[in-house]
Write a protein that binds this ligand. Structure first.
Ligand code: PMV
Length: 343
């Protein structure tokens, strides 16, 4: 009878983006970032010990090996985790996303976060965070390991409003929840413009950031925007937070587009939609604001009590577009079960 360890890790959406790296190897970001952890958009990863010579990995029911397009990041992370102890043997890993991957909905954040948690849980037969901590894996340590797999994954392990502080050295960088999800009920509704895997991955685009003439001035001024966002969150003031979120999004994409090579992650339809959000907000007085990750899909951020009104506006504007509806959430969970009993 084999014991299965299951990690559920939500995605997160950055309000202040992590863009550009000071050190790629240690995933030391060029700037501090601030995100909200989501709730329903998540990755569920199951792991169990396997009597074999290599891991057996399936993602969304598809067998993924080292050569598979999704495989390189996954196996690289597995190799990294396995180096932590000679006792860490091959695992059977099965991962499912509740949303489309690789198109700017931070699937690598939830995916690499869930992979980290599930594997360590299986290796240590630990089905809760306290048990993992006894083996030396505090939330802080787990978050650090997730970060090495995918930068933004480190924020997904924390509750609510999360800050990833760059600090002065790679070793001292910190990730922490600044307010729990219960502090302010924010919504994130995603308008899906594409579910295709993006042509230029974020690793390559992060690298190019330094060549943009806009990057240095961005880094020099970001502390002001971060301070403004912190204050707006503290006061639950969407009229202050919203414009800062939009400015941040447009600035990140300006850096991406003005870098060498220049990348454009969104097309005309998304661009027209962003203009519509601003016009509609002005016309209706409904305070909803856009943000985008490195992809064409638009996240709309607003307070919970405006949800019905926002959805109605979206259904009128783009009835053919799928909407992914989510809200701020409190972070990951870990559980285990006997495989035989579940069948
Ligand atoms: O985690 P990565 O390396 O895929 O970088 C993603 C960066 C953004 O999602 C665009 C911004 C962020 O802070 O999440």
């Amino acid at each position: 009878m084999s014991h299965v360890f299951q990690a559920t890790v939500p995605s997160n959406i950055a309000l202040l983006k992590y863009w550009g790296k000071s050190c790629e190897q240690s995933q030391w970001p060029a700037n501090s970032s601030l995100s909200i952890t989501l709730s329903d958009l998540c990755t569920v990863t199951k792991a169990q010990r396997l009597d074999a010579s290599e891991h057996q990995v399936t993602v969304g029911d598809e067998l993924v090996n080292r050569e598979h397009p999704l495989g390189s990041k996954i196996f690289k992370h597995l190799d990294r985790l396995q180096k932590l102890s000679p006792d860490y043997g091959p695992l059977k890993i099965d991962s499912h996303n509740s949303f489309p991957a690789g198109c700017g909905i931070a699937s690598s954040a939830s995916g690499l976060g869930a992979l980290t948690l599930a594997c360590l849980a299986a290796w240590h037969q630990a089905d809760n965070f306290a048990a993992l901590e006894q083996h030396g894996y505090s939330l802080e340590r787990l978050s650090e390991l997730a970060r090495l797999g995918s930068g933004s994954a480190c924020r997904s392990l924390h509750d609510g409003f999360v800050e990833w502080e760059r600090t002065e050295t790679s070793e001292s960088q910190k990730v922490k929840s600044v307010y729990p999800a219960s502090h302010w009920q924010l919504r994130d509704t995603i308008v899906l413009f594409s579910d295709q895997i993006k042509k230029v991955g974020s690793t390559e685009a992060h690298r190019a950031a330094w060549s943009s003439p806009l990057f240095a001035p961005r880094l020099a001024s970001l502390h002001q925007r971060l301070a403004g966002m912190r204050e707006a969150i503290k006061n639950q003031d969407i009229s202050i937070l919203g414009p800062l979120i939009e400015q941040e999004t447009l600035e990140m994409h300006s850096v991406i587009m003005s870098a060498e090579p220049s990348v454009r992650y969104f097309g005309l339809e998304t661009g027209e939609f962003l203009a519509w959000v601003r016009q509609t907000r002005e016309r209706t007085g409904i305070p909803f604001y856009f943000t985008l990750d490195a992809g064409p899909n638009v996240h709309l951020i607003y307070e919970d009590h405006f949800h019905q009104e926002v959805v109605k506006l979206l259904e009128q504007k783009c009835p053919e577009r799928p909407l992914l509806s989510d809200r701020i959430g409190s972070g990951p969970s870990l559980t285990s079960y006997d495989e035989e009993r579940s069948n």
